[in-house]
Ligand binder design. Structure first.
Ligand code: FAD
Length: 529
């Protein structure tokens, strides 16, 4: 990276930065991307993990946002089929709630129409009895009915990784644990590069590029300040937390989206062995690097969930893990956290630095298209239309639904021959898609090992997904800490040994990784105690 001149340097390896890197690489630009920590370690691993149009933005009359983001759902689903799964949602309608029966029915209809939803996935309205049948844990007090509609569930950090791998496959160079610390300017004041610290080696080097994009999410304004261009629009960070419960503590039949009573709505989403609940939306002015879930956040969500599903009787010590993320929103005078628009915003400084913030996971591709169009202009290149709309991400190279279903069947059959349990093959398939073939090849070389499947996945992570630490693997490549903490805990020493030996790190690196991970996980499970 230090020895070349790039067309585009992207700073920030969340969904926004990785989306931009892919679009630009596909249009033939020479691209570098740096990420100060791990890919997706910022907001992009801490969302509600939905590819959704944002039903609640209809209440705020943000029709264009709902249409743009809503219709993107099908695109993201098609291009990353293995990590974007249709999810049926139940919207209960209750007496005194912010959504009446008729407005909900109309709202969901408008939502479907704006987003161009397929006929079989259109909303279905339910009466009181049908709603209760759909979800027997619901509070029947004041229950009037409900609506069933479709969204998509994803694993946000896996989506980012698949994007990063796709960008790399198309010629972009990407580096995690590399932080931009200072901008470099030419004699006219134009930004021409950045000085970067490689946290793995401790070395610093310069990267030169004709166009530089600041895609640092909640950190966007820190870089604008560094560029002396923090004027006009500014970020307003708001925090959102999620709580994870063992599935048997909140055994919902499908995901639910419901009123909290203060004008806000929250999700409860069952997934494998857990159900997670979120989110909150509070103004945040503390450390950007370490947002976490406070007892007040947990109490707020517990109260809401126990009101909607009283028989669950959830308590603080039922919480298995938590995560907290920061929304990089644009400040608007006089508006509360949840009233701030989720629209994205592009800011170009007099030095030429392009900054992008706001937006949604779901709309990443449209944001990337706008940024790369702008970069093309700055580079003085002829316009080439973005091709990401029909570009299948790494692992998601399925022709159609039949190919998807048949691929899973074939992998299960292949796995059986190799002696890999079907649950493991299926889990791998929904993580790595068609790349499961590469995991099988790694497995063949160590099938005799007592922990062969765990070793295979760890090796795949180190060799193909730039895993450097225990947290990279257990939080962002697999989600195991959030979704399967009890089982993951016992495997940590083994995984740390595998990672450090694959990376040829000294023995003390293993101890360091274990202690760093244990303090990170302590934050994640703070309410266990
Ligand atoms: P980030 O993911 O934060 O990435 C920025 C990156 O820049 C970070 O990884 C950081 O380490 C890096 N960085 C910072 N400074 C430097 C530097 N100096 N050098 C190098 N790298 C640097 N959207 C949806 O579509 N669906 C949802 O369900 C959803 N739920 C959400 C729930 C919550 C609680 C929150 C907070 C957001 C949610 N969103 C959702 C919104 C979505 O998650 C964000 O819009 C998106 O993840 C922002 O991505 P980003 O890449 O812009 O920022």
């Amino acid at each position: 990276m230090a020895s070349q001149q790039f067309d585009l340097l992207v700073i920030g390896g969340g969904i926004t930065g990785c989306g931009i890197a892919l679009d630009a690489a596909l249009r033939g630009m020479k691209v570098a991307l740096i990420e100060k920590s791990d890919f997706a370690s910022g907001t992009s691993s801490r969302s509600t993990k939905l590819i959704h149009g944002g039903l609640r933005y209809l209440k705020q009359l943000e029709f264009k946002l709902v249409r743009d983001v809503g219709s993107e759902r099908a695109v993201v689903h098609r291009n990353a089929r293995h990590v974007v799964i249709p999810e049926k949602m139940l919207l209960p309608i209750v007496e005194g709630g912010s959504l009446g029966k008729l407005p909900t029915s109309l709202g969901l209809l408008v939502y479907d129409l704006l987003a161009g939803v397929k006929a079989e996935e259109r909303r279905k309205m339910l009466d009181r009895h049908e709603t209760y049948k759909a979800e027997p844990l619901l509070n029947t007090n004041g229950l009037l009915g409900g609506g069933l509609y479709f969204e998509y569930r994803t694993d946000d950090s896996r989506l980012v990784i698949e994007l990063a791998k796709s960008a790399y496959a198309n010629g972009a160079l990407l580096l995690n644990y590399a932080q931009s610390t200072k901008f470099i300017y030419d004699s006219t004041g134009k930004v021409t590069g950045a000085t970067v610290t490689d946290h793995n080696s401790g070395n610093s080097f310069d990267i030169r590029a004709k166009v530089i994009v600041n895609a640092c999410g909640p950190w966007v304004d820190l870089l604008r300040k560094e560029d002396n261009s923090l004027k006009g629009k500014r970020l307003q960070l708001t925090k959102g937390v999620h709580l994870v419960f063992p599935y048997e503590k909140l055994p919902l039949k499908q995901a639910a989206y419901f009123d909290v009573g203060d004008g806000r709505m929250i999700f409860a989403i069952p997934r494998d062995n857990i159900t997670y609940v979120g989110t909150t939306d509070t103004v945040y002015n503390e450390s950007i690097d370490s947002p976490n879930c406070t007892k007040a956040d947990a109490d707020y969500l517990l109260k809401a969930i126990n009101h909607m599903f009283p028989s669950a009787g959830l308590q603080l010590n039922d919480i298995q893990s938590t995560w907290a993320g920061l929304r990089p929103l644009i400040h608007e005078d006089g508006k509360s956290a949840s009233e701030l628009s989720r629209k994205d915003e592009i800011m170009v400084s007099s030095s030429g630095l392009i900054s992008i913030a706001g937006g949604k996971l779901t709309g990443y591709r449209l944001m990337a298209e706008k940024i790369v169009d702008l970069a093309e202009k700055k580079l003085g290149r002829k316009h080439t239309p973005s091709t990401t709309k029909n570009y299948r991400l790494s692992g998601g190279e399925f022709k159609d639904e039949d190919d998807f279903t048949n691929s899973l069947k074939q992998f299960l059959a292949q796995g059986e021959k190799l002696g890999i349990a079907p649950q493991v093959v299926s889990r791998w398939f929904y993580r790595y898609g068609k790349n499961v073939q590469q995991l099988f090849e790694i497995y063949l070389s160590q099938s005799k090992h007592a922990n062969a499947t765990e070793l295979t996945e760890t090796q795949y992570g180190v060799k193909h997904e730039m895993v450097h630490t225990l947290s990279d693997f257990t939080i962002r490549r697999t989600g195991n800490v959030f979704f399967n903490y009890p089982a993951t805990k016992s495997q940590l020493p083994f995984i740390a040994t595998a990672i450090t030996s694959l990376l040829n790190l000294p023995e003390e690196a293993k101890t360091q990784q274990l202690s760093r991970a244990s303090s990170e996980f302590e934050m994640v499970v703070a309410f266990k105690h």
